[in-house]
Design a protein. Structure first.
Length: 143
């Protein structure tokens, strides 16, 4: 990877998001918890959550990931409260398609993932970007 590729990939916007991750920490009385890990880079995201009427009502995440995984956690963390499993799965599927199939940027409330468009060309980073969704969906399934 060249220096210009790295600069493109880790833009100021991505790095700023990585420092502003909402809902960091753990949820003491979580109804569902799950950890997702990227086998390529070792990044992990652990999520604890509670549901009310099938929607995320409380949420916490512990993010040990590269800047791209952290940025993804920030984008998801900003919108996750109030979402149901179906909406989250649709967001994950749209993000996966954006990264792997040149699909469009996910629609609202996941349109903040536009910042990660440059990551399309870096397949080894895709799993890290998807970790926040994977951990959240698994935590819902565990609740």
């Amino acid at each position: 990877m060249s220096d210009s590729d790295l600069i493109k990939l880790y833009s100021k916007q991505i790095l700023a998001l990585a420092t502003e991750i909402p809902h960091l920490g753990t949820l003491e009385d979580a109804e569902g918890e799950a950890k997702a890990r990227s086998p390529l880079c070792g990044s992990t995201v652990t999520v604890g959550l509670a549901l009310a009427d099938g929607k995320v009502s409380r949420f916490a995440q512990n993010v040990k990931a590269c800047a791209l995984g952290q940025a993804s956690a920030a984008v998801l963390g900003k919108v996750v409260i109030g979402l149901d499993r179906t909406t989250l799965q649709q967001g994950r599927d749209a993000l996966h398609a954006m990264l792997t199939k040149n699909g469009p940027v996910p629609s609202a409330p996941f349109d903040g993932y536009e910042v990660l468009l440059p990551a399309r060309d870096f397949k080894n980073r895709h799993a890290s970007i998807l970790l926040p969704f994977d951990a959240t969906l698994n935590a819902i399934d565990a609740s």
